[in-house]
Ligand binder design. Structure first.
Ligand code: PLP
Length: 287
C-alpha cells in the first residue's frame, strides 16, 4: 500500500510523521473523507472545496492548488490499484516548536491514504441500526465552526465512546440548546408523513456532502424536503430515521433511545433514497 506523504509516495510501513508535527501535538489541521465507487471518485470537487474552506478558516495555507490536490488523490488511488475505496486526506500544520504557535511550523504536511473500507457490516443496511442520544454536545458555531473538519475530533470520539458503552454503533449529538445536530460522523434525516427533514447547518451539523446529495435526490424524486430545526421528540415520533455520511452512506435507524421507529424496519422512503444514492455514486464522479 502506497501513501502520499509530503510530496512523495511511500510504503505504508514507512509513512511516519514527526512527534513535533502540530497535527499530532495539538490536533492542528484539517481532513476529508472521500469515497471511490467502481472507479468514480464521488463528488471530488466538493470534498476538495470543503478541505480548502476548512484550511482557510484556521489560516492553514495548503501549498498546492485544488487541481493538484485532486490529481494527488487520483494518483494515490491509481498507485494502489483501487476501484472501490475510502480516501483520507489529512493536512496538518506541520513540524514546529513545542508551543501552540502555528507560525513556528515550517510547512503543512499533506497526507493521502486510500484503502478499502466498510464502516457497517452489509447486513445492517437491511436491518437498520439502533442509536442513542449522548451527553456530549455539538460545539457552538461561534467557538469553532462545525463546518471546519478539523483534526480535533475529541468531541466526536467522546460520542463514539458513549455509543460503545451503550452497546450501539452510533449516537446522536444535540447542540447546546438541545436541538438535534448530527451523529459522530454522519448527518441525520427524519421522515414524517412523507416530509423529509434534516437540521440546518447552523444547528451545528456539518454540511455533509452525502447529506447534500440526498437532499438533491429527495427533491428530484418529488419528496417534500426541508432543512428544519427539530428535537428528540420529533426523532422518536418519526415514521423513518436515517443517517448519511461518506463512510456510513445511507443507513436506516430503527431504534432511538429505546423507542422503536415506525415498524422497526428500514422504511420505504429510506430504502428508495438508498437505492437512488447507490445508482448515483457510480455515475456522479470523477474517473
Ligand atoms: N458530520 C460529521 C461530524 C462528519 O465528520 C461527517 C463526515 O465527514 C459527516 C457529518 C458526514 O459528512 P459527509 O457526507 O460529507 O461525509
Amino acid at each position: 500500500q502506497w501513501i502520499y506523504l509530503d510530496g512523495q509516495y511511500v510504503k505504508k510501513e514507512d509513512a511516519k510523521v514527526s512527534v513535533y508535527d502540530h497535527g499530532f501535538l495539538y490536533g492542528d489541521g484539517v481532513f476529508e473523507g472521500i469515497r471511490m465507487y467502481d472507479g468514480n471518485v464521488f463528488r471530488l470537487e466538493e470534498h476538495v472545496d470543503r478541505l480548502y474552506d476548512s484550511a482557510k478558516s484556521i489560516m492553514l495555507n495548503i501549498e498546492v492548488s485544488k487541481e493538484e490536490m485532486s490529481n494527488i488523490i487520483i494518483e494515490t488511488l491509481k498507485m494502489n490499484k483501487l476501484e472501490n475505496a475510502y480516501i483520507r486526506v489529512v493536512i496538518s500544520r506541520g513540524v514546529g516548536n513545542l508551543g501552540l504557535d502555528p507560525f513556528t511550523c515550517s510547512h503543512p504536511q499533506i497526507i493521502v491514504i486510500a484503502e478499502q473500507l466498510a464502516l457497517f457490516p452489509k447486513a445492517l443496511y437491511d436491518t437498520g441500526i439502533e442509536i442513542v442520544t449522548v451527553a456530549s454536545r455539538r460545539n457552538r458555531a461561534d467557538v469553532l465552526s462545525p463546518k471546519v473538519k478539523s483534526l480535533n475530533y475529541l468531541n466526536n470520539i467522546l460520542v463514539k465512546i458513549e455509543a460503545n458503552l451503550a452497546g450501539v454503533s452510533e449516537a446522536l449529538m444535540l447542540n447546546d440548546q438541545g436541538y438535534v445536530a448530527e451523529g459522530s460522523a454522519d448527518n441525520i434525516f427524519i421522515v414524517k408523513k412523507g416530509k423529509i427533514l434534516t437540521p440546518p447547518g447552523y444547528v451545528g451539523a456539518l454540511e455533509g456532502i452525502t447529506r447534500n446529495a440526498i437532499i438533491e435526490i429527495a427533491q428530484k424524486s418529488g419528496y417534500e424536503m426541508k432543512e428544519e430545526v427539530f428535537t428528540r421528540h420529533d426523532v422518536y415520533t418519526a415514521d423513518e430515521v436515517f443517517l448519511t455520511g461518506t463512510a456510513a452512506e445511507v443507513i436506516a435507524v430503527v431504534k432511538v433511545d429505546g423507542r422503536v421507529i415506525g415498524d422497526g424496519k428500514p422504511g420505504e422512503c429510506t430504502n428508495k433514497l438508498l437505492q437512488q444514492f447507490r445508482d448515483t455514486v457510480t455515475q456522479d464522479g470523477r474517473k
